[in-house]
Design a binder for this molecule. Structure first.
Ligand SMILES: [Zn+2]
Length: 158
């Protein structure tokens, strides 16, 4: 490096944020708010799930519990109480639930590459799926089938 390149570091003062930078900060914050909201929704679901009751806590109570736990560094108080038994259903559209279930399947079964319907082998990635027999997304290996994309499509429309 030629001399003088780092000169500005002496007594360096942060330049005021550019408009672009400000926009980015705003965006990041907005994103955070959305995440919090989503997390709360999930917490509510998980709380109901965990207690096996329909509405064990009011929204305010849940917010309080989540907030209090967060203060103590517990970010997923309700999340970790999920999936205690194997017959808990998985409500539709909860990505966290799906991911947890799929990582469980992966741990238990690995990633078989054969379709149990048409017998096609060597399937991987998006060309082979886990299909759920009961549609209740049980934590029961007998409730799951390894199907190629095509058979899965047909299977789900039976
Ligand atoms: Zn198939």
């Amino acid at each position: 490096m030629p001399r003088g390149v780092y000169q500005h570091k002496k007594g360096y003062k942060r330049l005021p944020f550019t408009e672009e930078h400000k926009r980015k900060i705003k965006l990041a914050r907005a994103k955070q708010v959305f995440t919090e909201e989503t997390r709360l929704k999930m917490s509510q679901n998980n709380a109901n799930f965990w207690l096996g009751k329909k509405h064990p806590h009011s929204k305010e109570t849940i917010e309080k519990i989540v907030k209090a736990n967060k203060k103590n560094g517990v970010l997923d108080y309700f999340k970790k109480h999920k999936f205690i038994g194997e017959n808990h259903g998985l409500w539709k559209g909860n990505k966290v639930g799906y991911d947890a279930l799929h990582s469980w399947l992966y741990r238990e079964m690995g990633q078989p590459d054969t379709c149990e319907f048409c017998g096609k082998t060597g399937l991987k990635g998006k060309s082979i799926h886990w299909a759920n027999k009961s549609r209740k997304y049980k934590r029961n290996l007998n409730d799951w089938l390894r199907l190629c994309a095509k058979c899965h499509y047909t299977y789900d429309r039976k």
